[in-house]
Write a protein that binds this ligand. Structure first.
Ligand SMILES: Nc1ncnc2c1ncn2[C@@H]1O[C@H](COP(=O)(O)OP(=O)(O)O)[C@@H](O)[C@H]1O
Ligand SMILES: [Mg+2]
Length: 245
């Protein structure tokens, strides 16, 4: 089991009187081996919730649990919109991917090669620097690096939002394929409902710091309960139309 649970999680920035409540009493379960897609407009608190999960935003109240226990930082890996946040431009991508591996682990180079191939890159690219790659390739490297730490949960925040629409689909396919094969538990965040729909088993809709709707992807999309979800759906292009950004 690798179930991620948010229990009454609140994150406030600034003072009680003048601050912003970015996350407001969120209860959310990401079941083991499933993808929960978290969708909502800009400023709704998605990134703050994600950052709280990996310890980058302090909790004002509540708890975040992995299988019922306080999360250990190394069990979760986060992937960001900008892959440069995880990749040191001066390091080869192979070294970046190897970094989270245990120092004395035998066969690190072979493991780097395996991970590169897993995300659809040739193993002989290990010596390349991040700026020699395309945006989509860099995001694949960020994914390989996240997997190198053998996480139980992946938190992916807008990982295709900065990519050209033409390559978003390919990166999403890699994510979806790896998640299924490795049975990863994943919190997948996007402001784009079409993107969320494509990779998720469950959809959670966030608005003004709260989860306003949660359910199996098909149910939420065919029979949304909340007016805000309907508005998001109306903004989504029909199937067959390329994913927008
Ligand atoms: N470090 C911070 N300090 C102060 N306010 C913040 C900080 N990070 C986020 N916020 C505020 O919290 C709210 C939610 O932001 P965010 O979690 O980034 O939303 P989203 O990812 O859904 O766009 C916004 O009002 C934002 O301005
Ligand atoms: Mg965000």
């Amino acid at each position: 089991m690798r179930e991620l649970t948010f229990e009454d999680v609140t994150v406030r920035f600034g003072s009680r009187r003048l601050g912003t409540v970015a996350v407001d009493g969120v209860n959310l379960v990401v079941p083991a081996g499933q993808v929960v897609g978290l969708v909502g407009e800009s400023g709704s608190g998605k990134s703050t919730l994600a950052r709280a999960a990996v310890g980058l935003a302090p909790l004002t109240a509540g708890r975040i649990l992995l299988d019922g226990r306080p999360v250990q930082r190394d069990k979760l890996q986060m992937i960001f919109q900008d892959p440069y946040s995880a990749l040191d431009p001066r390091m080869s991508i192979g070294d970046s991917i190897a970094e989270p591996m245990p120092r004395k682990m035998p066969g690190r180079r072979a493991e780097v090669a395996r991970l590169l191939e897993l995300v659809g890159l040739a193993a002989d690219r290990a010596g390349a620097r991040p700026d020699e790659l395309s945006g989509g390739q860099r995001q694949r490297v960020a994914l390989a690096r996240a997997l190198a730490g053998r996480p139980e949960v992946i938190v992916a925040d807008e990982i295709t939002s900065a990519l050209d629409v033409s390559i978003q689909g390919a990166v999403l396919n890699v994510v979806k394929d790896l998640q299924r094969r490795m049975r990863l538990t994943m919190l997948f965040i996007s402001h784009n409902l079409a993107v969320v729909r494509y990779v998720s088993d469950i959809v959670a809709v966030m608005r003004q710091g709260r989860i306003v709707e949660y359910g199996p992807v098909e149910q939420v999309l065919t029979d949304p309960r909340h007016e805000y979800t309907r508005e998001l759906l109306e903004a989504v292009p029909r199937p067959g139309v390329p994913l927008g950004n």
